[in-house]
Design a protein around this ligand. Structure first.
Ligand SMILES: *Cc1c(COP(=O)(O)O)cnc(C)c1O
Length: 429
């Protein structure tokens, strides 16, 4: 595979952009090799600057659930452009968007639009803190909620329950307000709540984790969080930036039938445009300015072009349930193909999957939380990733990511993904 132009662009990029990329995972550091610079994409395929073609299994980390350059979304954006790109004043599209979101996501009664998932989670915890007049939050090791200071926190060592900064620039003061629990371990949550009476404002969780690879909630885990929050007056926040509109039109909360108090959304909600949102119960959301005292604002929030794209994709998803049956069938075919291949090579690697999310973990032990995810052979994953790329399949460049299946992936692509997986896995074992 010739990647000269990508290599050249990466060298240029590194002169002017930290690490040559505008978001770290794009740099391929976890898998080795240089990143590909993408020129365009269509349906199930992306094309790099050297003209190489790949089957797409990242789909912009989720948003392109209908595949790339879908006419429904492109036409909506084209149609909106003629009316100017931004006003910084209210528009009808925002009203329609709020109506659509509250109609689709079961627990959301009022919603505020923002520009990214990071903004949604940062704002949601501020509102939860304002609403409860408490300072601390609980998050789970391995769950990702964007790059807000409060979330870039690692578990403290030993008996310490306080978090410690996971990045220079995050202050110890901020870290002290974030408590870290283990995913799927209700006991670890109860303990933190008991040790910090009347101090925990919110528990934030990915209802299905996608950022340590795909990790499903154990039976009763989400229900248990709901009970803990009800008993202690804590705001339960589902971070559905990844699962929203993917696992069902109403996200993981609809599919798994557990309702949070607040929900954060991103990725699919913008159809590829920079959009996020946070919402929840009326009495909580009415704490948001200008209705309430908690300040949150945005010059470009509810941007008309972004709303046009978001409206188009959400309306489509609401009206086309066959989207979900199709991507879930494709995913099921990939999962059963994986199982067959693993049998052939005599490996019992863990496959986690729900709906249209799937992760193949290079570990023979179950992956249920960050500690078990860390047991994966990441060097082997790197070889698998590079092998797949050579064969024209673009996987997420890290073991700790989920694949996102789009409706553009048909039988021919599924067959290619599985035959490439078979060849690559055989060659690296
Ligand atoms: C991607 C993601 C975010 C961050 O969203 P950005 O738009 O990248 O800021 C937050 N939470 C979850 C669960 C995500 O997957």
């Amino acid at each position: 595979m010739i990647t000269e132009r990508s290599k050249h662009l990466f060298e240029e990029a590194k002169k002017f952009i930290p690490g040559g990329v505008n978001s770290p995972v794009r740099a391929f550091k976890a898998v080795g090799g240089d990143p590909l610079f993408i020129q365009r994409a269509e349906g199930a395929y992306v094309f790099d600057e050297d003209g190489n073609r790949f089957i797409e299994l990242i789909n912009s980390w989720g948003p392109m659930i209908l595949g790339h350059a879908h006419p429904i979304i492109e036409n909506a954006v084209r149609g909106a452009i003629h009316d100017s790109l931004s006003f910084g004043a209210p528009t009808e599209k925002e009203v329609q968007m709020a109506g659509l979101i509250t109609g689709m996501v079961p627990s959301v009664e009022k919603v505020r639009m923002v520009n990214s998932g990071t903004e949604a989670t940062m704002s949601a915890i501020r509102v939860a803190r304002g609403f409860t007049a408490r300072n601390k939050i609980i998050k789970f090791d391995g769950c990702y909620h964007g790059h807000g200071d409060s979330f870039l926190i690692a578990a403290g060592s030993g008996a310490m329950t306080m978090g410690t900064p996971d990045s220079p620039g995050v202050t110890p003061g901020t870290a002290a307000d974030t408590l870290i629990a283990a995913f799927n371990d209700l006991e670890s949550v109860s303990r933190l709540v008991a040790e910090n009476p009347e101090q925990v404002a919110a528990i934030i969780v990915e209802p299905v984790a996608g950022n340590m690879g795909c990790v499903l909630p154990a039976e009763g885990f989400l229900e248990g969080l709901r009970t803990i929050c009800d008993e202690a007056g804590i705001v339960l926040i589902f971070d559905e930036v990844m699962t929203g509109f993917r696992l069902a039109p109403g996200g993981a909360q609809e599919r798994l039938d557990v309702l949070p108090d607040m929900t954060t959304l991103g990725k699919i909600i913008g159809g590829g445009m920079p959009v996020g949102a946070y919402g929840g119960k009326k009495e909580i959301m009415d704490f948001v300015s200008p209705q309430g005292p908690v300040y949150q604002a945005g010059t470009l929030s509810g941007n008309p072009i972004a709303m046009a794209a978001g409206l188009a994709i959400l309306q489509y998803l609401r009206n086309h349930n066959e989207v979900y049956s199709k991507i879930e069938e494709t995913t099921a075919t990939i999962v059963s193909g994986y199982r067959e291949i693993l049998k052939e090579i005599g490996k019992d690697y863990t496959i986690n999957s729900i709906g249209s999310m799937v992760s193949l973990f290079f570990s023979e032990a179950p992956v249920t939380d960050m500690n078990s995810a860390k047991k994966c052979d990441t060097a082997l994953f790197g070889r698998y990733f590079r092998g797949m790329l050579e064969k024209g399949v673009y996987l997420a460049p890290s073991q700790f990511e989920s694949l996102f299946i789009s409706t553009a992936i048909n039988q021919a692509e599924t067959d290619h993904i599985l035959s490439a997986t078979r060849e690559v896995l055989k060659s690296i074992h």
